[in-house]
Design a protein around this ligand. Sequence first.
Ligand code: DAH
Length: 444
Amino acid sequence: MLVNRITTLVSSQAVRGTTLRCIGARAAYSTNGQDFKVTDTEIQIGDKNYKKDAWTNVSPTTLSRVNRKLHLHPQHPISIIRQLIESHFHDFKPFNEFSPVVTTKQNFDDLLIAKDHVTRNRSDNYYINESTMLRAHTSAHQLQGMRSGANKFLISGDVFRRDEIDASHYPVFHQMEGVVFFDADPVKTAEQVNADIASGRLKEAENVKVVDDTIVKPENPMQACHTPETLEPIAAHLKYSINSMLWKLFADEQDLEVRWIDAYFPFTSPSWEVEIKYKGEWLEVLGCGVVQQELMNQAGLHDKIGHAFGLGLERLAMVLFGIPDIRLFWSQDERFIQQFTPGKIQKFQPFSKYPPCIKDMSFWLPTKSWEENDFCELVRDVAGDLVENVELIDDFTHPKSQKRSLCYRILYRSMDRNVTNEEINTIQDRVRGAVEKQFAVELR
Ligand code: DAH
């Protein structure tokens, strides 16, 4: 899980007693989000009611995106990639309809994430209340999948994280989880790995160069209950499965570099990440590893050994389809969706980029501490998808008073029309007002 920062409560003022529906019935391809209702004391999503408490920090903007199900719209790039991966892993059972509303037990405890682990922070997650949240990763359903009786399965869906604002971060994105387990018998596992390789699924492609110099070592160890003989074939299967998927997906891409690096996840050991070099930078596309046996045991799979991976579909789609801004995935503009054909990877043809409107805002903080995620969340709440980028351009502490002043640059731009300066001024005024009120800052 990505590790970020800490938070305060998102204001519910604006939504008291109102029923909100997801926008977007306009475009033919849109799937509406689920109905929801927010009152002073409750949040209703679909036909379920949740009591609000001190943990509640989910915003109406985010709730409106719950269940848009971009991953199920056949013409949408996210869905096209999902289907291509599913056809590659054709003997895996796909689960695409698990609800994004999960318990904190599913999202954290079941995955052995410690009670005080930073990934539980309110500033990084959307809590409906203390025990319920919008899932932060599809790993939240690993146990469900393991208990389903399938020994190879995929789980796709939307995941929610509070984050910074730029072209590759959005509070909702899509992940695909894969889990495989075998009999914890080295001979049998080796047989199955060899059978998979022989079946032609694991073909090497010359245009995709994979560098993997990871070795199992004390910092990224084998689990005490495993032996090198059981670990080796399972790790080999994991690595071949991922590499072959990448060789297939990127078959038409020119000279792509992929690398395996060591990682840490509480629910796997050893653990790795896979990165792709894109526009000169290494982009993390998936995390994976050998499933902690304790987790397998919780699912009643004491005599099995498994591997798992979780990949970000937007990241892959941005590289494969050449999509430059993550907001485009949510665009209701026909010029976006009509470019794509189910089953095909085609480069996105950018439609004219509209001019940006840039506004700066500076303020004195009431205390030294500051959570940027909370600020970004509020900006998104007020300005919606018109905000493309938020950047801290000045951080200054007054030498005498020791007061800290920040200056943020907000770049506004619409994906499908020109914005006027007056319109953005009105929004910027609302952002300033909301920031002043929520964070008790002194605007400059
Ligand atoms: N859930 C992790 C994340 O969102 C990714 C991940 C890592 C998934 C390792 C896995 C895994 O299944 O084994 O960052």
